[in-house]
Design a protein around this ligand. Structure first.
Ligand code: ADP
Ligand code: ADP
Length: 233
């Protein structure tokens, strides 16, 4: 039972002059439960488009996307998303940003406010930010903000964590820290991760498998297994 399955997925955009542009063509891919899959490729090859499709933010023009066998029909809490820009709510503290993901969710509605706060605090701890619950995003460093974004993505216990170049805006040292942290969290939570990057080093460092894309049209050229190194032991 695959966790995510893309079946001959094509995405064509309408462009000006009534023309079309095919961003993804005939992409087939399976991601196993608990797997850490990285998608790598040059700028413009369709990586974000692929992630938007899996997240349900956009619909494929051809083929289909299944999550645990069920077609993806729109955005839902079973997919936690982390973008390059943190997209935190500036008027909410770190804790309340994480809690936000637990509000107004049918599946989690029955959590009392107290339980939501408790759970949000747990995930703040998970990303190493105990003591920072009352800080606003502008009071946190870039790395810390991205930790909050990761906690927010995970707090509702999604089946899949989708990450679109989450560390690209960070300096090299912070990026390395966050990579380590992410692997630790992945081991601890057992969540399926689809991670997008244009950096081959990052891809090979993080991924159990790396899907290599080419552009025009966006396609998966090959999927490479990365031998387990120390990092993933
Ligand atoms: P990547 O994430 O690999 O850099 P994207 O998925 O963002 O690539 O984009 C793939 C291609 O699709 C690019 O050429 C981009 O210009 C095009 N594209 C993305 N979104 C749209 C859209 N809404 N309308 C038209 N073209 C788009
Ligand atoms: P980084 O890229 O290292 O994560 P930024 O460049 O975004 O950090 O951070 C800007 C500055 O904010 C850094 O000098 C950092 O030391 C500082 N900073 C980090 N944490 C806090 C905090 N909780 N409150 C205020 N400033 C902080």
């Amino acid at each position: 039972a695959e966790k995510i399955r893309l079946e001959a997925v094509t995405k064509t955009f309408e462009v000006r002059d009534g023309g079309t542009f095919t961003a993804l063509e005939d992409v087939t891919l399976d991601v196993a439960p608990g797997e850490f899959l990285v998608v790598v490729g040059p700028s413009g090859c369709g990586k974000s488009t692929l992630l938007d499709l899996v997240s349900g933010l956009t619909k494929p023009t051809g083929g289909r996307i299944l999550l645990d066998g069920a077609p993806v029909t729109g955005p839902a809490l079973d997919r936690g998303i982390v973008f390059q820009q943190y997209a935190l709510l500036p008027w909410r503290t770190a804790l309340r940003n994480i809690e936000f993901a637990l509000e107004a969710q049918p599946r989690l509605d029955r959590l009392s406010r107290k339980n939501r706060v408790e759970r949000a605090r747990e995930y703040l701890d998970l990303v190493g930010l105990s003591g920072f619950e009352d800080r606003y995003p502008h009071e946190l460093s870039g790395g810390m903000r991205q930790r909050v974004a990761i906690a927010r993505a995970l707090v509702a216990d999604p089946a899949v964590l989708l990450m679109d170049e989450p560390f690209a805006a960070l300096d090299a040292q912070t990026r390395e820290q966050l990579q380590e942290e992410l692997l630790r969290i992945w081991h601890k939570t057992g969540t399926t991760v689809v991670f997008i990057t244009h950096g081959i080093d990052e891809a090979v460092y993080l991924g159990q498998r790396v899907a290599v894309m080419t552009s025009r049209p966006g396609r998966i050229k090959q999927v490479v297994e990365v031998p387990l190194g120390d990092r993933q032991a």
